[in-house]
Write a new protein. Structure first.
Length: 131
């Protein structure tokens, strides 16, 4: 990019230096994972939400990270892949999760950076209790 200015009585004409080239990437809207507030240990449940715009159905664009509350801290436990499906004019993602340890958990969804889309993360889910 090169910028020019016109000459004024107080200042002479100036030419700016060339700036570095940059790429602008769009960011997908990734909504907070929806989870049940309470589940029994050992049962399988779904963590799901929406992803805008629409991404290919069946692709695993979103990864859901699980955090467990232990000793006053939220600690990372595991990452689950989420499968996209078509929903209205955007996508819905769903991850199947099975937890056996009784505790409180939070989830957060992430997307990776691609050629056209920048990576992003969602808000935290509501606290989920495994009893």
């Amino acid at each position: 990019v090169k910028a020019y200015t016109t000459e004024t009585p107080d200042w002479g004409a100036a030419v700016s230096r060339y700036s570095k080239m940059f790429t602008v990437k769009r960011v997908a809207a990734l909504y907070r994972p929806r989870v049940p507030t309470s589940v029994r240990a050992g049962t399988t449940f779904s963590a799901w939400s929406y992803l805008k715009p629409r991404f290919p159905a069946g692709a695993k664009t979103v990864k859901v990270k699980l955090y467990r509350y232990r000793n006053g801290w939220w600690r990372y436990v595991r990452t689950y892949p989420a499968v996209n499906s078509n929903y209205s004019s955007y996508s819905k993602y769903k991850a199947r999760i099975r937890l056996t340890a009784k505790a409180e958990y939070l989830l957060k969804a992430y997307t990776s950076t691609t050629k056209t889309w920048d990576g992003t993360s969602s808000a935290w889910s509501k606290v989920m209790t495994v009893r």
